[in-house]
Design a protein around this ligand. Structure first.
Ligand code: SF4
Length: 279
């Protein structure tokens, strides 16, 4: 009988790793090397061999994505909702709740803010977690970019939805209650504000099976090949830092931050005020 690896022996992964692997496995590997080097104060080596053959697309299949709802305008916040988690390390997040509706869970503030799933060895930080009046928990990921015109339920911004699925699992592991869905909120801070919107992504059994499969695939990939797709390379952080010898395009801007929100003095644009509604 072949022994299964214990959770502690699994390579720790984050929602960010999933997104990067879905874009380009080598991007994810280069990010891992950077993080390992920082933690161990010394050089780490990428597992990608020097004679690797680039691939046209990532081998990771897309998540099921059934029942995604696309909404124009500001995220609906209701009287009974509470903000129970916020990633305070993220400086460019909007103010979603007035202070009387903020009840941060003391288990996950400050240095304890990293959410961890010990079984899957998954760790990370959603931007927010909302507890609805009925007790449902909803992770929220904030993007300064706009709601894409023609957002298609099956294909639109898959990177963001992959992150949302992984964060549902993290919230379930940390808070002990399984979210039914996650929200990706597009604030349009980088545009005119007229294309603000949000997308609600159900978290189903099929999504969880996909997540488990994806984590297994990433860990068993001993090559982590480069995807030399010009569009992907143009928004790759490893490319920005000159770390990738396979880059198929010049770097034009990070995929998660299309423009800088703050100037060098730390001044940013006015953030969106919350919108309240009754139930
Ligand atoms: S530059 Fe292109 S090939 Fe290289 S890691 Fe980035 S996305 Fe992959």
């Amino acid at each position: 009988m072949i022994a299964q690896p214990s959770p502690a022996a699994l390579e720790p992964l984050s929602p960010h790793d999933l997104v990067n692997y879905y874009r380009c496995p080598h991007e994810m590997e280069l990010h891992r090397v950077r993080v390992d080097s920082l933690h161990h104060h010394g050089p780490a080596v990428a597992r990608t061999p020097p004679d690797v053959v680039p691939i046209p697309r990532s081998p990771l299949i897309s998540p099921p994505l059934s029942g995604v709802q696309v909404n124009d305008g500001r995220l609906d916040i209701f009287d009974g909702d509470r903000l129970i988690y916020a990633d305070e390390a993220e400086k460019d997040l909007p103010v979603l709740f007035p202070s009387e509706h903020v009840t941060l869970d003391p288990r996950f503030v400050g240095s304890q803010a990293n959410l961890v799933d010990p079984e899957l060895q998954l760790h990370g930080r959603p931007d927010f977690v909302i507890r609805r009046a009925n007790g449902n928990l909803v992770p929220v990921e904030y993007k300064a970019t706009h709601l894409f015109v023609g957002y298609h339920e099956a294909h639109g911004r898959l990177f963001d939805t992959i992150q949302a699925i992984a964060e549902c699992r993290l919230v379930e592991a940390a808070f002990g209650r399984r979210p039914l869905s996650a929200i990706v909120h597009y604030g349009d801070q980088t545009g005119s504000g007229t294309r603000e919107g949000w997308v609600e992504i159900p978290y189903t059994e099929a999504d969880e099976r996909w997540l488990r499969f994806a984590l297994g695939q990433i860990r068993s990939d001993l090559i982590r090949a480069p995807v030399t797709n010009g569009r992907i390379c143009a928004s790759c952080e490893a490319n920005e830092q000159g770390l990738c010898r396979y880059a198929g395009a010049r770097f034009e801007g990070a995929h998660h931050h299309l423009t800088k929100l703050f100037d060098s003095a730390g001044n940013g644009p006015a953030l969106a005020a919350p919108r309240f509604g009754g139930r």
